[in-house]
Design a protein. Structure first.
Length: 146
């Protein structure tokens, strides 16, 4: 690519918003798969399994869902307790419908090392303690749709 071509912003937040809207429009429940090891991910300890967490982002499951070009934020109940959740967009690995598994694994962007999309944006501080692994249980799954 030529040096005089302006650099475009990340397409990941646009895909995330579009897929979430598509899932909602079809009456399904949108879930996101998040890499909990990415700096800035704030989720309750105990919901992380093998470094990942699946979050239900349906309107009926969260309060104040906000997806901008750098961050996803909302409040949700975990174990009956309302807690804030904050996830950098670059930590989202996939978005899919719980009922069918249809959705998309979000591609990595060329030219940006993992964990660097959305740099320069203010977000929550990275002052969380590492989560403790929860006991083994039923694990979420994704189905590849071609």
């Amino acid at each position: 690519m030529s040096e005089d071509v302006p650099r475009m912003t990340s397409y990941r937040p646009y895909l995330l918003r579009a897929l979430t809207e598509w899932i909602n429009d079809n009456g399904m429940t949108p879930h996101i798969l998040v890499d909990a090891s990415v700096p800035g991910v704030q989720v309750p300890p105990g919901v992380v399994r093998e470094g990942k967490v699946v979050l239900n982002i349906a309107d009926r499951a969260v309060v104040g869902l906000h997806i901008d070009n750098a961050w996803i934020g909302f409040t949700a109940r975990f174990g009956g307790v309302s807690q804030p959740v904050s996830v950098p967009v670059n930590a989202v690995l996939a978005v899919y419908a719980r009922e069918t598994g249809q959705g998309m694994v979000l591609p990595e962007e060329a030219g940006l090392p993992p964990g660097h999309e959305g740099e320069g944006h203010d977000g929550p501080p990275d002052d969380t303690t590492p989560p403790e692994p929860p006991p083994a249980g039923k694990r979420p799954h994704l189905r590849v749709v071609k």
